[in-house]
Design a protein around this ligand. Structure first.
Ligand code: PLP
Length: 401
């Protein structure tokens, strides 16, 4: 293979999505990175084996510790996030838990967004508390809440923006300045935007997490996660934790996601165009009470979104008439749009957080996080806009007056 003209860090983002991580030296001139489906890698000699274990020689040992196909994906996403390096994990939650395990000790305190992905909140609130880690959840769209929640024992700030499912936005640079002032580790879950639209490491984050299950893979057929750090030091710490605790990625999984990431820019551009038009359509629909989409000028953090994102994304939340009943009617009446959780795939998915993903949260916690009974969460896909509009229109029409 010809040597590359450009290093991935010098490529523009659509080029990175296609080329970052591709094999420097192929065996047969293969264009696609092969699946290295092997758990172990032979050493040329005992001395080479010893040197690899000592970290003095590059080369693979055992797939839990590293695998060439997985490395290609790590290089790709790290390039998209403009980070030092990436660590692929079995799922997005394995990425979240690895970060907490790596950096939190007994007695530490975490300040987090009150509208984070449910299992991330459960991990902090119900599981890590067993090990003496406490957490405070605040509406981080108002940064004074973040500042106020910091205690002497606070160690880490964990933010998700856009938030799930309210679609509120946190000023990522502002939250980073607060974290830096208090010398706290600043971690951002970038799943709802993806590095194509938002790069938190450029806005002050130390660590960025993505559930690859969503936009980066984009085809609703694989789960996976990725941790990208800004520094070598944090990368080394996390690598040790992921290798030891075992939440690593399988090469076949990595290969499928490598295939998906190449079209990330095309998929997002198309779905985002649909999302903007659908948000406008919903706004004027008689059965819709409100629409939360960062691309709408009336979204409370529209200006911040404009500043920190390259586009407004593909996720819309909206409130329908008749509360819980209205939401459930839409779920049962859509025909083309699939009633399923998850997001970021080529197909449009719809769900009703109050009766599904967030039903286990106490009502008062749900309402505090903006998860009202009437809220419908819509992950807009790449279908034809007119087909999506027609389907939503007929489903909304089924809501009684
Ligand atoms: N973070 C966010 C914002 C998510 O939406 C999800 C999954 O929906 C996760 C993390 C967890 O990812 P996974 O399901 O791949 O474990």
């Amino acid at each position: 293979m010809k040597s590359r003209k450009k290093e991935p860090r010098d490529m523009r983002k659509s080029t990175k999505a296609i080329h970052a991580g591709e094999a420097e030296h192929s065996i047969y001139g293969e264009v696609s990175v092969p699946i290295f489906q092997s758990s172990s890698f032979a050493f040329p000699s005992a001395a080479d084996g010893a040197a690899r274990f000592a970290g003095e020689q590059p080369g693979y040992i055992y797939t839990r510790l590293g695998n060439p196909t997985v490395s290609a994906l790590e290089e790709n996403v790290a390039a998209l996030e403009n980070g030092y390096a990436g660590i692929a994990t079995a799922t997005g939650m394995a990425a979240v838990s690895s970060v907490f395990i790596a950096f939190l000790n007994q007695g530490d305190h975490v300040v987090s967004t009150n509208c984070i992905y449910g299992p991330s909140r459960i991990m902090l609130e119900k599981e890590l508390v067993r090990f003496g880690v406490r957490s405070t959840f605040v509406d981080s769209s108002d940064l004074s809440n973040v500042e106020r929640a910091i205690r002497p024992e606070t160690k880490l700030v964990f933010v998700e923006s856009p938030m799930n499912p309210s679609m509120s936005i946190t000023d990522l640079r502002g939250a980073g300045e607060i974290a830096a002032r208090h010398k706290l580790l600043y971690v951002v879950d970038n799943t709802f935007a993806s590095p194509y639209l938002q790069r938190p490491l450029e806005l002050g984050a130390d660590i960025v997490i993505n559930s690859l299950t969503k936009f980066i893979n984009g085809h609703t057929d694989v789960v996976g996660g990725m941790i990208v750090t800004r520094t070598e030091e944090n990368h080394k710490r996390l690598k040790k934790i992921v290798q030891t605790f075992g939440g690593t990625m399988d090469p076949h999984q990595a290969w499928l996601i490598l295939r998906g990431v190449k079209t990330l820019p095309l998929r997002i551009e198309r779905a985002q165009e649909n999302a903007m038009k659908l948000a406008d359509f919903l706004k004027s629909h008689p059965k819709v009470i409100w629409v939360s989409y960062p691309g709408l000028a009336e979204h409370p953090q529209h200006e911040i979104a404009k500043k920190q994102m390259d586009g407004f994304g593909t996720m819309i939340s909206f409130g329908v008439k008749n509360g819980l009943e209205g939401g459930i009617t839409v779920m049962n009446t859509v025909e083309l749009i699939t009633l399923a959780v998850s997001l970021g795939g080529v197909e449009s998915l719809i769900e009703h957080p109050a009766s599904m993903t967030h039903a286990s949260l106490p009502r008062e916690q749900r309402e505090e996080a903006g998860i009202l009974d009437e809220l419908v969460r819509f992950s807009v896909g790449c279908e034809d806009f007119e087909d999506l509009r027609e389907d939503l229109d007929q489903a909304l029409g089924a809501i009684g007056d």
